[in-house]
Ligand binder design. Structure first.
Ligand code: 3PY
Ligand code: MG
Length: 258
């Protein structure tokens, strides 16, 4: 996983904020490019998109080459240890709605004494057994645990969720949250913003790190001004689409209409 990379990330996030995209690509070259562009982290997405664990391991290698922190968003709890085994520096888990579920995530992500992650030291994260055993177990427990709060139940149970030890970042999912309010996709609707703001304020009061997803300059500015430290900005496919639209616009502007 690279302890130095996680430590540097934690220093940066405590000093202000970090930024990175969700990524659905199946090609590690794009992960490398995100790193060379100065992104702090990438969220490699297994919840939505076609990526498999097999291609993920090359994405994680690419992230390490380019110095960008590889977080994996899993679709199912049983993938947590698999993606940590291949070297993810953190796991992000959708739709956590109460303390029991948050505890289950931590249990899956941590070795003894914090959890009961399945043990194998012949995996990539353990350098296929080249790492000294105790060193591996100690290092592995520094992987980041990020849980997504994105429904009404999560809000109702926020106090108990915030008490669960081992969770590093609370990540608000504005899209699912808007759906749970009967306003699907309306991530800037005042009712959605109000609930997001409430989570940010209550988490910050307890000195818990918060993150959210933004897909416009306005929402990026709003949530960074609100003190959100783990800022995910858009998705590789959407960023590429926007870049292509920009090229077409520039062509028109320089008098080469298409
Ligand atoms: C959501 O908004 O629901 C997410 O999961 C992050 O995009
Ligand atoms: Mg979501």
């Amino acid at each position: 996983m690279g302890m130095a990379m996680v430590e540097e990330f934690c220093r940066k996030i405590r000093d202000g904020h970090v930024i990175g995209p969700f990524m659905k690509t199946c090609d590690p070259a794009f992960v490398e490019a995100a790193g060379y562009a100065g992104m702090d982290f990438v969220i490699l997405d297994m919840e939505h998109g076609p990526v498999s664990v097999e291609s993920l391991q090359n994405h994680i290698r690419a992230a390490q080459v380019a110095g960008v922190l590889p977080v994996v968003r899993v679709g199912r709890y049983k993938d947590i240890s698999r993606v940590l085994d291949i070297g993810a520096a953190g796991v992000q888990v959708p739709q956590v709605s109460n303390a029991r579920e948050a505890e289950e995530v931590v249990r899956e992500a941590k070795f003894y004494p914090q959890g009961e992650r399945g043990v194998c030291r012949f995996v990539r994260a353990a350098r296929y057994s080249a790492l000294e055993k105790n060193e591996y177990f100690r290092m592995a427990n520094h992987a980041l645990v990020i849980i997504q709060l994105e429904g009404q139940q999560a809000l109702e149970n926020l106090d108990e969720i915030m008490e669960v030890p081992g969770v590093d970042i609370l990540f608000i999912g504005p899209y699912d949250l808007s759906q749970s309010l009967g306003l699907p996709g309306q991530t800037t609707h005042p009712a959605v913003v109000e609930q997001m703001q409430e989570i940010v304020v209550r988490a910050k009061k307890k000195h818990i790190l918060v993150g959210t997803f933004t897909d416009s300059q306005e929402t990026l500015k709003r949530w960074s001004d609100a003190g959100v430290q783990y800022l995910s900005y858009s998705v590789d496919t959407g960023i590429f689409y926007e870049a292509c639209v920009g090229v077409r616009e520039r062509m028109n502007r320089i008098g080469v209409p298409s």
